[in-house]
Design a protein around this ligand. Structure first.
Ligand SMILES: [Zn+2]
Length: 166
């Protein structure tokens, strides 16, 4: 992978595109204006909670690192916003462990999503893994968006049912 380094900043050309003559390394650049929606020039003062929303509900650490990079002055005290509280509460509703093991193949499928740093040639950025609790059989799916997992799971279940696997 090609990289460009200037002082403490390294840009990685981690978007690899296949061309007829070889590979093309690219970088996804987000203009400052697009990040902010308002102009945030060097030295500008911005409320940390406003920046949290502007940066797509980023964590406090990400906000502070981003502010440091762009030399923005942060004011206010970081408080979890309502949207984040609801999202986190929903996440906790899903049990992460189980003490019972299914005895019926296909009765209980467990899944998780990981992201990959570089998009695949097909433009997939996420990687879903599905495990059948009873048999430990594993399937993987590549996803463009996290929200694509639902339809992929439906397809997987329909395929397995069609095959008469259980
Ligand atoms: Zn938030």
């Amino acid at each position: 992978m090609m990289t460009l380094t200037k002082e403490r900043v390294t840009i990685k050309f981690d978007r690899i595109f296949k061309t007829s003559k070889g590979l093309l390394g690219a970088v996804h650049a987000v203009p400052k204006a697009e990040i902010a929606g308002v102009s945030l020039e060097e030295g500008k003062t911005v409320d940390i909670n406003k920046l949290h929303r502007i940066l797509g509900h980023a964590t406090e650490e990400t906000i502070r690192e981003t502010a440091k990079f762009y030399k923005w002055k942060l004011i206010g005290k970081f408080t979890a916003c309502d949207a984040c509280r609801i999202a986190n509460a929903r996440q906790k509703d899903v049990a992460k462990t189980t003490n019972t093991k299914s005895t019926v193949p296909g009765e209980r499928l467990m899944f998780d999503i990981s992201s990959v740093s570089a998009k695949s040639y097909g433009g997939n950025k996420y990687w879903g893994i599905v495990v059948d609790d009873c048999t430990d059989k594993v399937w993987t799916v590549l996803l463009k968006k996290k929200s694509d997992l639902g339809s992929k799971l439906v397809t997987l279940i329909k395929t397995l049912k069609g095959l008469g696997r259980w």
